[in-house]
Ligand binder design. Structure first.
Ligand code: FES
Length: 111
């Protein structure tokens, strides 16, 4: 069950440069469209827990709307002293016109 991919949104719902939060097994997950590539991270900044939804996406990085820390949407790594703790990242598959996300535990993501 925990290794399953979950259908979350359709491709048309998310234009390039946009992000949308979805609820998955009690977790807020942010799905992002980076120039047609779909990526998913936890929708919670590791600095002070602000939601990242709507943050500016440029060059594969999202800026936290609250204090502007930038996180790499592929690796979760943050920039600068406020971004020391990486975001959780999740595997994404696009099947047809549907975006699917698989939740992974933090330990599994680092393995
Ligand atoms: S809460 Fe995101 S940068 Fe401070």
């Amino acid at each position: 069950m925990e290794n399953a991919f979950h259908q979350v949104i359709s491709v048309e719902e998310l234009a390039p440069g946009q992000s949308k939060a979805v609820e998955l097994e009690g977790l807020s997950v942010l799905v992002c469209n980076v120039k047609g590539e779909f990526l998913a991270v936890e929708n919670r900044c590791t600095h002070q827990a602000s939601e990242l939804e709507g943050g500016r996406i440029r060059n594969g990085m999202i800026s936290c709307p609250l204090h502007g820390v930038m996180f790499d949407l592929r690796t979760g790594c943050g920039r600068g002293p406020l971004g020391k703790v990486p975001l959780r990242t999740f595997a994404v598959q696009v099947i047809g016109d549907q975006v699917h996300v698989r939740l992974t535990e933090p330990a599994e993501a680092q393995a």
